[in-house]
Write a protein that binds this ligand. Structure first.
Ligand SMILES: Cc1cc2nc3c(=O)[nH]c(=O)nc-3n(C[C@H](O)[C@H](O)[C@H](O)COP(=O)(O)O)c2cc1C
Length: 172
């Protein structure tokens, strides 16, 4: 376990991974972290998760999102709008889950990458077809989180992103 502040400050987008499998317990922990995220309505969150470890499927997803190809595992975050109470804010719900998952990956000594899919409909449709979604009207591929042990030179590390100029007190 890593200290919370260290997790927040050292998380980086990890785009290349060591040739080492990620165990299923860790993948489950990452998904559980996603489900702990705030959602627009408690009990009516849209999130669902498709775990992909099959190399052929990873390669197919990689034709649309290249960084997926060489990842040992990927989780496609899917918004099921039928589950949602507030049906227009699914992208916010899913974003909260995605960030929780990336932080849990760091906590477990892993690295992750947010591979953007939504809102581009063509991309959502193509990703959907690969994972068994024929129609994205109600079941929307949101992003793909790749997970793995960082390759050499791709470790999570601190980068200072603080910018005081963006903080406003009392009025903009
Ligand atoms: C909505 C969203 C979509 C993203 N899509 C991609 C992507 O498709 N490919 C990629 O390499 N990185 C993607 N990223 C990661 C960003 O490029 C990355 O977070 C940013 O460069 C800052 O670097 P850091 O994550 O190391 O702080 C995405 C991030 C977000 C939040």
């Amino acid at each position: 376990m890593v200290e919370f502040e260290e997790i927040i400050n050292t998380r980086r987008s990890i785009r290349e991974y060591a040739d080492k499998e990620v165990n299923d317990d860790d993948i489950l922990k990452i998904i559980k972290a996603g489900m702990q995220a705030p959602g627009s309505r408690l009990g009516a969150e849209p999130w669902e998760f498709v775990v992909i470890k099959n190399k052929e499927t990873l390669a197919k997803l990689g034709e649309i999102k290249p960084r997926v190809t060489n990842a040992p595992a990927a989780i496609v975050l899917v918004a099921n709008i039928e589950r949602a109470f507030y049906k227009t804010v699914w992208q916010q719900d899913m974003g909260a889950a995605a960030e929780n998952m990336l932080l849990e990956a760091v906590n477990l000594g892993l690295g992750g990458l947010w591979n953007g899919v939504a809102p581009e409909e063509e991309r959502m449709t193509k990703i959907g077809k690969i994972i068994g979604i024929d129609d994205i009207a109600e079941t929307k591929p949101y992003c793909i989180i790749t997970i793995g042990y960082p390759a050499e030179g791709w470790e999570n590390k601190f980068m200072d992103k603080f910018d005081e100029e963006r903080i406003h007190y009392e009025k903009y």
